[in-house]
Design a protein around this ligand. Sequence first.
Ligand SMILES: NC(=O)c1ccc[n+]([C@@H]2O[C@H](COP(=O)([O-])OP(=O)(O)OC[C@H]3O[C@@H](n4cnc5c(N)ncnc54)[C@H](O)[C@@H]3O)[C@@H](O)[C@H]2O)c1
Ligand SMILES: [Zn+2]
Ligand SMILES: [Zn+2]
Length: 361
Amino acid sequence: MPQHVQGVIAPGRNEPVRVETIVIPDPGPGEAVVKIQACGVCHTDLHYKQGAINDEFPFLLGHEAAGIVESVGEGVTDVTPGDFVVLNWRAVCGTCRACLRGRPWYCFATHNAKQRMTLLDGTELSPALGIGAFAEKTLVAAGQCTKVDPAVAPEVAGLLGCGVMAGIGAAINTGNVGRGDTVAVIGCGGVGDAAIVGSRLAGAAKIIAVDIDDRKLETAKGMGATHTVNSRSADAVEAIRELTGGFGADVVIEAVGRPETYRQAFYARDLAGTVVLVGVPTPEMKLELPLLDVFGRGGALKSSWYGDCLPSRDFPMLIDLHQQGRIDLAAFVTETIGLGDVEKAFARMHEGDVLRSVVVL
Ligand SMILES: NC(=O)c1ccc[n+]([C@@H]2O[C@H](COP(=O)([O-])OP(=O)(O)OC[C@H]3O[C@@H](n4cnc5c(N)ncnc54)[C@H](O)[C@@H]3O)[C@@H](O)[C@H]2O)c1
Ligand SMILES: [Zn+2]
Ligand SMILES: [Zn+2]
């Protein structure tokens, strides 16, 4: 029997989000219905609402979630009802060219539920990143459920489902930050701060946090930044060079997603250094750089999709490190809110008041 639950939809470009009744089908082959316990508000949800990802409105928002598997469809063996899971947007296929070459973190054919969730009138919903978890329940592919230790609070564990994993992974997987490296992180929201946590975990000697908001820089210090730069009042490139013996950082992580901050990242890294773009740009953005500088500075210009993570490997590992006190995932939760507060949470994110607002159900 299809179920009726409450969920937060973005009805159209830049229209306010609202709570609606959502119809959840029974799980088909390879699918699972998950009872959502917590879902963080990520900047990417705001991008969806603004129409910056695509035009497939209405969206069922929310994609940074943890919950309990309620029911599974035919052929599902990896998870069973009652399992505590973090939802991921990388259910790897195992058969695409990336998977076959042993690089499943790049999987080019990740899957989602085949059936669609709808509004009461039958309108099909597009779940954000194939998840849609600002809802009491959601339908996903079973491979999107990663089992983790239920001793960790859902509002903390769920953060691994997107921003915190993206940031930590941008440092340790994509940027390959190593012991003794100098790192600069531009943009210290949830993703940038997670990149700071990841860099510290990897043994970086110096971690320079850059933001335009002093409150964000204060929080970044608590996460492990050794130096801070307010790029409204100082030139980010010069400041980072000054703090690194005049050379630039070994790894610069861009966690804003804008051409001007990418350019800062490009020029603030040392020769043969690495730039990691984990911030997500919008379609109209363009970047112009002298090609001779791209060549002459050497090194690597990389993008980080979801922190190049492998959920089955990385989620349980990070939960372990959290439980051992070696990283503090709880520090990312600024506030817990209800389903009806998502629009307000977007405004608070825009104002820079929060790292993560987490909807708790
Ligand atoms: N690559 C991925 O897989 C992935 C996953 C999740 C989120 N993201 C993206 O990462 C980015 C950050 O997400 P978030 O949730 O941390 O957002 P957020 O809004 O919480 O943080 C953005 C931060 O950037 C700062 N900022 C804005 N303009 C700046 C500038 N010109 N210079 C320096 N700092 C500036 C803001 O003050 C804020 O602290 C977004 O683009 C989001 O879509 C990417
Ligand atoms: Zn694949
Ligand atoms: Zn996200």
